[in-house]
Design a protein around this ligand. Sequence first.
Ligand code: GLV
Ligand code: MN
Ligand code: MN
Length: 403
Amino acid sequence: MSTVTSLLGAISDVGRDAKRGGYSRPVYSAAELDLRSWFIAEAERRQLEVQTDRNGIIWAWYGPEQDGSLVTGSHLDSVPGGGAFDGPLGVSAALAAVDELRARGVQPGQHGKRSLALTVFPEEEGSRFGIACLGSRLLTGAIDADRARSLKDAEGKSFAELSARNGIAPEQLGADPEGLARIGQFLELHVEQGRGLIDMAAPVAVAGSILGHGRWKFTISGQGNHAGTTLMADRADPMIAAAQIVLSARKVAAAQNDARATVGRLQPIPGGTNVIASRVELWLDVRHPDDAVTAAVVQKIHGQAQIAAANEGCTVTLTEESFSSTTGFDSGLQAELQRLLPGAPVLDSGAGHDAGILAPYLPAGMLFIRNPTGISHSPEEAVEDSDADYAAVALADVLEGLL
Ligand code: GLV
Ligand code: MN
Ligand code: MN
């Protein structure tokens, strides 16, 4: 019988990022492929029936594959320089919960019980192809398959090309109603990504909702030129407008209750110390409970970006790359989870999750496990060993109760 800590220990060297710190495990990188193989081996070791579907989602069946099953899982890809738990905690807890259920004599798919499936979703972070929760968006049809196929990574490789290279027929990518019908209820266990559970002094919470969030790309174009020969008055430097966008994002969001705006990625092109950039690409992440406020925040930043660009003799364009409305989880399932985990508080999530993409289509819920640093998307993300091992017991308790 494996513990969550021993499972996480077995993958603790995979995808370590010596430069950034933490882990870089983009979808279909060598590291993420190693983790997928690790999951498949662990599932097969537990006599689960494993298959990878036409969107690259891995399913491991405990009991026969059937409609209306209880499904739990998370993801194995990471942000650049991410922590050890965002994704792998839920996957490891699911594997350890299978051991726990077996030790308790619980037999999914038998004696009137539903089957249980474990899932691993690809590209949850969107760190390679830009769209978060790409696997669950494809499964549900929330993203158009042609658009997904044409997404490109930083090296210009398309999602279609990477899928094909990994045994997934690109023409088969897209909405999968049969796959979706397999899920009667979906449950994702996840590391808590803020200070919520520290403040509540509780090891586990039941999710209430996911904050509405989206990603926008600004492209600012100017005149590429020489850093030494171009007088300051003669410049059309897109980096100046980019700097203004970064400052506007902070200012506009700070003035709006509950808003969050982040510029975490910015690329000058061509990107040389002695080169005035000809173009800057900049990505903005904005979140707020009210979708109309999110739109207003983005518009305000855009307005300020246009003024800054014009003042510098540059132009700016804005493209929405993805948007997910604020999503409440199924209230019936939430009540069941609270009944099965007495005393667990309800916590809303500022982070996006595959469970949130599935929630409009079927009863979905989440459990959050305490993070003593309150930090995530960073190497400092943490979970105490005792809480990690408790996660599997908590998950087994709710799975047993829901089966
Ligand atoms: C995913 O972790 C997100 O909220 O960006
Ligand atoms: Mn995650
Ligand atoms: Mn994440």
